[in-house]
Design a protein. Structure first.
Lengths: 139, 153
């Protein structure tokens, strides 16, 4: 006789019988039931259009990688882009000075390129700027 | 009577000494000067750029004028921040003219006048550097650079 049986003896018989009946009422899942449920589930999901999901997955990774590379390239180009010196070196001398602003002014005078006067003035003030990274010299 | 004159003379001497000490104690009051910049070239000058330095870094630019030649009508380009600074060690000036080569200056011509205020007791030590000089067709040409200083007001 174990401890559980000893405890049951101290309880009222009616309660003991109900507790024992409750223990017996626990469902017992047969392995054949498990197999039947599993087969039914497989049959049900086999009818779904499962081809779409792998298709998306197959191209999602390469597309994401390509987009990341493209975004990185855009950021790099915008950050390091064409050198300001090269952009303002109008006469191709390899440096930016008043002769570049003069070249722009001559082009505007000849109406060959439609250069705006503001662009000429901006370059003129930039070549005399004490701080190369600043164009505060503009009036 | 003589004693009164002696007291008066002593008082005047003390006042003079105080005035001299006061002047000596204000070296930072500074002196104004004019620096005239000249460019000399055998070819007509259509564009120029120079850099003016004061080696001690005790130069305050208070004004800039254009030169003598009427074809350079406007004052030269310069960084206006230099006028806001109390003291600067360098100044860059540049200008160009779209006039015909026949009208452009040749020989020695004053291209700019810089009004400066120098601080400190030592004499200002200016240095000029020629950055670029161009002909009417935009071609770089050789030129000589010089400057003259005179006391300002």
């Amino acid at each position: 006789m174990d401890d559980n049986d000893q405890e049951l003896e101290t309880l009222p018989p009616a309660l003991v019988s109900r507790l024992k009946a409750h223990d017996r009422a626990q469902p017992i899942v047969d392995p054949r039931t498990d197999r039947a449920v599993l087969d039914a589930a497989r049959a049900y999901f086999a009818e779904r259009p499962v081809a779409a999901a792998p298709y998306r997955r197959r191209f999602a990774m390469p597309l994401g990688a390509a987009a990341a590379v493209l975004l990185a390239a855009v950021i790099v180009v915008q950050s390091f882009g064409p050198e300001p010196v090269a952009r303002d070196d109008i006469d191709g001398s390899g440096r930016v000075d008043i002769l570049d602003a003069f070249a722009l002014a001559r082009a505007a005078r000849d109406d060959a390129s439609g250069v705006a006067a503001a662009r000429i003035e901006e370059l003129g003030y930039r070549v005399v700027a004490l701080d190369a990274q600043r164009t505060r010299g503009l009036p | 009577m003589i004693a009164g004159f002696r007291k008066l003379a002593k008082a005047l001497a003390a006042l003079c000494a105080l005035a001299a000490l006061s002047l000596a104690a204000q070296p930072e009051a500074g002196q104004f000067a004019i620096v005239d910049v000249f460019v000399a070239s055998t070819e007509p000058v259509a564009a120029w750029q120079i850099e003016l330095r004061e080696r001690r870094g005790a130069m305050q630019v208070v004004g800039i004028e254009r030169g003598d030649d009427p074809t350079f009508r406007d004052p030269p380009f310069f960084d206006r921040v230099v006028l806001e600074r109390g003291v600067t060690e360098r100044l860059v000036l540049a200008s160009f003219s779209l006039s015909d080569a026949a009208q452009l200056p040749r020989g020695r011509v004053r291209v700019a006048r810089v009004h400066v205020r120098t601080t400190g007791a030592a004499t200002a030590d200016y240095e000029l550097r020629l950055v670029a000089v161009g002909a009417a067709d935009g071609r770089p040409i050789d030129a000589e650079l010089s400057f003259e200083t005179q006391a300002g007001r």
